[in-house]
Design a protein around this ligand. Structure first.
Ligand code: UD1
Ligand code: UDP
Length: 398
């Protein structure tokens, strides 16, 4: 029996680890345990509920306005104790958060093999995103298994000449998104409930969906993003829906700059099911989020990325994502062109799928068990001989 401890703490990690945890739970020969650091509290808990995942350990590290070092050390010492008691064969972490880096280092110090889900993403710039570029490089440096989502991320890892094994698996975010879209499509009652929950959405106006939270944009960056949104909201043919991240450094600026604008709906972070439903309705998505950059192309939605660089170049190369930075004029011009030029919009609004095919979790589990499987992007596909989590229903709240 292989004992696998999955550790995560933020909203995006939970969304991307949930399908993997489900497959681990269903696979014979694996004892699957979950530790949440609670780096996020409310935004994490809603995902656990939706995917019906239970934490065996909850470190509850989040504090209001937490500092990076305070968060890092609380997560590291908390998970150290769990690893010492559980003695897992493998610790799985995800992505590039403080949780991922602190917990990977804690496992490394205890000589416990680390598996890195979503390995190999790079911008090559330690300040963008900050501190995530450092976190992911550190995690890959100590990982025995690196689960690269794409061939591009594998190439990044090969250039660094690291010690661990690399497997190209696709991104588990597509596993999560595909099953969520499936739930929304099959459940007519749920669709009706969503429409009733958001009666203020005007079907006559083009919906611009916005998210933002990157630390390197705090201050001037967010102020100029808000100025662009305020200018755009003057148009009567648009409505802007902005679920505002709970980080006070984001919230204070957004609420004070945009709180009074007509046609801008500042709302609480949406539960994942609702957010996917909202993305399906969007005409344009403006974001700095990593996960949204991966999800929107799957849904055929044009994405403008409010950052100067991205570690997800695949959809940019395919022409459905454009980098616009945080300057007011540039954001305003890019959105205006997408709103006014239908041909241009249509050239973006194509469903492409460079990030996964819904089988990433199965591939990761196959790799952990030493079974052979065809890697993502390696041509003709066949399912790894690992159970699929697709059959497990979600908690849609009814
Ligand atoms: C974190 C990650 C970032 C990831 C993002 C996803 C780090 C350093 N940053 O950034 O990589 O892209 O999550 O959203 O790991 N808060 C709440 N409730 C919540 C969540 C956050 O109140 O459920 C507030 C708290 O005041 C908290 C603050 O937001 O202190 C910041 O949270 P933190 O996880 O440190 O940073 P994020 O900006 O969320
Ligand atoms: N998301 C959500 N509710 C929201 C905004 C985003 O469920 O109100 C989801 C989104 O679909 C994606 C993930 O959260 O899967 C991205 O999280 P975030 O932008 O916080 O982090 P990042 O991906 O940048 O690390």
């Amino acid at each position: 029996m292989k004992k696998i401890l999955s550790v995560f703490g933020t909203r995006p990690e939970a969304i991307k680890m949930a399908p993997l945890v489900k497959v681990l739970d269903l696979t014979p020969g694996i004892e699957s345990l979950v530790c949440v650091t609670g780096q996020h509290r409310q935004m994490l808990d809603q995902v656990m509920q939706l995917f019906q995942i239970r934490a065996d350990f909850d470190l509850a590290v989040m504090q209001p306005n937490q500092s990076l070092n305070g968060l890092f050390t609380r997560a590291m010492s908390g998970v150290d104790e769990v690893i010492a008691n559980v003695r897992p064969d493998v610790v799985l972490v995800h992505g590039d958060t403080s949780t991922a880096c602190a917990c990977a280092l804690a496992a490394f110090h205890r000589r416990t093999p680390v598996g890195h889900v979503e390995a190999g993403l790079r911008t090559g710039n330690l300040s963008m995103p900050f501190p995530e570029e450092m976190n992911r490089r550190t995690v890959d440096g100590v990982s025995e298994w690196m689960f690269a989502p794409t061939l591009t991320s594998k190439a990044n890892l090969l250039r660094e000449n690291l010690q661990g094994r690399i497997h190209v698996t696709g991104n588990t975010v597509i596993d999560a998104l595909a099953s969520t879209c499936d739930t929304l499509q099959k459940d007519a009652v749920l669709g009706a409930r969503m429409r009733a929950d958001y009666p203020w959405i005007d079907p006559e106006r083009k919906l611009i969906l916005v998210t933002g939270h990157r630390r390197e944009s705090f201050g001037d960056g967010f102020r100029s993003i808000c100025a662009a949104l305020a200018e755009l909201s003057v148009r009567r043919d648009v409505q802007i829906v902005y679920p505002v991240h709970l980080n006070p450094a984001v919230r204070n600026v957004v609420m004070s700059s945009l709180g009074q604008c007509d046609r801008i709906h500042l709302i609480e972070p949406l539960d994942y099911l609702d957010f996917v439903w909202m993305m399906q309705r969007a005409h344009i998505i403006l974001t700095d989020s990593g996960g949204v950059q991966e999800e929107a192309p799957y849904l055929g939605k044009p994405v403008l990325v409010m950052r100067d660089v991205t570690e997800r170049p695949e959809a940019v190369a395919a022409g459905t994502v454009t980098i616009v930075g945080t300057r007011t004029e540039r954001i305003h011009a890019a959105v205006t062109r997408l709103l006014d030029d239908a041909h241009y919009h249509a050239s973006f609004a194509r469903r492409i799928n460079p990030y996964g095919d819904g089988k990433a979790s199965q591939r990761i589990v196959a790799a952990l068990l030493g079974r052979s499987f065809r890697e993502f992007g390696a041509g003709v596909d066949e399912s790894p001989s690992i159970p699929s989590a697709h059959a497990v229903p979600m908690q849609s709240g009814g």
